[in-house]
Ligand binder design. Structure first.
Ligand SMILES: Nc1ncnc2c1ncn2[C@@H]1O[C@H](COP(=O)(O)OP(=O)(O)OP(=O)(O)O)[C@@H](O)[C@H]1O
Ligand SMILES: [Mg+2]
Length: 452
């Protein structure tokens, strides 16, 4: 039988230990706040967490000290154990409200929503000097800020007003982070308007990629970057100069292998590849775009995803003259997107069919531009051979001739083979014939608006 004891899991155990510690700190701080003020505040010592737990690893990797750990625990509490924050519900009888010192980001619900002000209170009480010292935890370059987010809120606390309402809004911790900390495994996000990115997968292998030598060389270069970036950026100290990210542009006609190549790059380097639907992002959800996209970028950076933007033309297209308010809005979102792409610390690939639409300034943003040409006769032969390798063929099929006579790209060849296989089986044949293939090719040509 599986062990269902809630404490059996090392990850959950670490989180619970940390929240217990938070409860102790809250209790001690409140005792100090309500008690005789003169005694120095003695915070309970932070616990030693089990080795190998997701929380332990995160704390070590991000280099979080005790104060930063406490903020992380505070951000975790509402999602893991909101009752840990109940002691803050003491009402200030003088004004019949919660004590503003406690920094509730919201006071309406049934649970206490902590803010950065709450954290400052836990760390510094009402001692202004200590509170100011603790504010460095929330500066944009503190490692904690890559984990715990701040959302602007309404403030009742003068200190918070002074520093902008950022300190008064809820501390945020993305759902995937909570899940990872509690279970050790990150769930895969669902594709939705709120999360407009979908994982790319393929049953194909690196060796199935059939590309001209110089294109393969370019792709090998990107893959070598992924494999060696630690050495280049850290050991050779180039991160400050080069930035951690890498941007590649894949351009070429439909069905030439751009999406497949991005997928294979992930497979080869052990990284997950997520495709972002730009059409969905830029046009439909005006206003929500930044929020939705920033989620995708945050996750990509935290989990080292490869981001693949398909039909990136939407990015160049919208940059022209604007007429309507909608256009202007789309332009703003495009600017935001371009900026995030520029700053992203991972590999970002943009794919497009329209090389000619891209202006030089845009081109310079890429570390690498790879053109995917229509395959020549020799590559087409390879493509046909590869896809037909376990398909039973009638003797009259001449692959070399078919490849030579029809200028189809890989995607179109797939369609043809699928269609021909269906035709063969519909006439109860055991083998695909030359005629099945010819008819399917004619159909595919018509579809592409071509003849012969
Ligand atoms: N160079 C290639 N090598 C091997 N297979 C290929 C190649 N190009 C295309 N294919 C086959 O065609 C399918 C479709 O290709 P893919 O989706 O990668 O094209 P694309 O360039 O992204 O097209 P689009 O511009 O329409 O998005 C692939 O999944 C693969 O089976
Ligand atoms: Mg594609």
């Amino acid at each position: 039988m599986t062990d269902l004891t809630p404490t059996a899991d090392i990850h959950a155990r670490a989180v619970m230990t940390e929240i217990d510690w938070l409860s102790d700190v809250i209790a001690a701080r409140l005792r100090h706040f309500f008690g005789a003020g003169d005694a120095p505040f003695a915070p309970p010592a932070a616990p030693t967490l089990p080795k190998g737990a997701a929380l332990t690893d995160l704390i070590t990797e991000a280099g979080l000290d005790t104060s930063a750990r406490l903020v992380l625990a505070l951000a975790l509490a509402p999602q893991v154990n909101p009752a840990a924050l109940d002691p803050f519900f003491v009402r200030n009888t003088a004004i019949d409200r919660l004590f503003s010192e406690f920094g509730a980001a919201r006071q309406d619900g049934t649970s206490f929503v902590p803010s950065a002000v709450t954290a400052l209170f836990l760390l510094g009480g009402v001692d202004t000097a200590r509170r100011i010292a603790a504010m460095t935890l929330f500066s944009p370059d503190h490692p904690l800020r890559r984990i715990v987010g701040l959302v602007p809120g309404q403030s009742h606390d003068p200190a918070a007003v002074a520093s902008g309402t950022l300190y008064a809004g809820p501390l945020t911790l993305p759902a995937f982070r909570v899940a990872t900390l509690c279970s050790g495994r990150a769930p895969e996000p669902d594709f939705s308007p709120q999360f407009p990115a979908k994982r790319l997968r393929s049953g194909m292998k690196w060796d199935d990629l059939i590309l001209p030598r110089e294109v393969k060389h370019g792709i090998d270069h990107v893959s070598a970057w992924l494999e060696n970036r630690q050495t280049i950026l850290h050991d050779w100290g180039m991160e400050s100069r080069l930035g951690a990210g890498f941007k590649a542009l894949f351009y070429g006609p439909p069905g030439t292998g751009k999406t497949l190549t991005a997928t294979m790059l992930g497979q080869r380097t052990g990284l997950e590849v997520y495709r972002i639907d730009l059409a969905m992002v830029v046009s439909k959800y005006i206003g929500e775009t930044e929020k939705n996209l920033s989620q995708v970028f945050d996750m990509a950076e935290q989990r080292d995803w490869i981001l693949f933007f398909d039909e990136a033309d939407a990015l160049f297209g919208a940059r022209g003259a604007t007429s309507s308010a909608n256009d202007r809005h789309a332009n703003q979102e495009v600017s935001y997107l371009l900026q995030r792409i520029e700053e992203c610390s991972g590999l970002v690939i943009l794919a497009t069919n329209l090389r000619s639409n891209i202006d030089e300034a845009f081109f310079r943003r890429f570390q690498m531009a790879v053109g995917f040409p229509k395959p020549d006769a020799a590559l087409r032969t390879e493509l046909w051979r590869n896809i037909l390798r376990s398909v039973p063929l009638q003797d009259d099929v001449d692959i070399v001739a078919i490849a030579r006579d029809h200028t189809l790209a890989g995607g179109a060849i797939n369609n043809v083979v699928r269609h021909a296989a269906i035709s063969a089986l519909r006439r109860n044949a055991t083998h695909v014939s030359a005629r099945d293939l010819q008819q399917a090719i004619a159909g595919e040509m018509r579809k592409e608006g071509r003849t012969g």
